[in-house]
Design a protein around this ligand. Sequence first.
Ligand code: SME
Length: 157
Amino acid sequence: MRIPGSEEKQGLYADAELKIRGLIAGEPDRIARMAGIVAVLHGLMPHYFWTGFYRVSGGSLVIGPYQGTQGCARIGWGRGVCGTAWATGQSQVVPDVHAFPGHIACDSRSESEIVVPVRDARGAIVAVFDVDSECPAAFDEVDRGALERIFRDWGEC
Ligand code: SME
């Protein structure tokens, strides 16, 4: 696992965005879009260790499509990095998960994390997109900008 430099990251996200635009075009099923997005990003990004969605369901975040080692099934509102992104509506970029109060360790190899809220067309949060890395400080403003752009227009209608 390695962290790409800024320029390489931007190129990889540009490639990922093109692939994602293609796969979500005309696909009305939200889970199918989520599964495709995970496959594209997890396959392309050398710094991604765990990549997936937690869906808002019955008052909790419930695990959705993902790739990587076994994830925790449910996360409560405001709990961990994912629950914080859900409760605040803000992306969370965490350079050191051990320093994040309440971080939920699904796999002890995770060192850094990014979580981006995912909204429907009306602006309601329907999921969060979560990525963990085995490298400390793997995620920065390039990751946040690219992922927020992808989820601003991810096929919700
Ligand atoms: N670390 C997350 C939990 C999900 S796993 O990373 C797959 C958190 O603190 O919310």
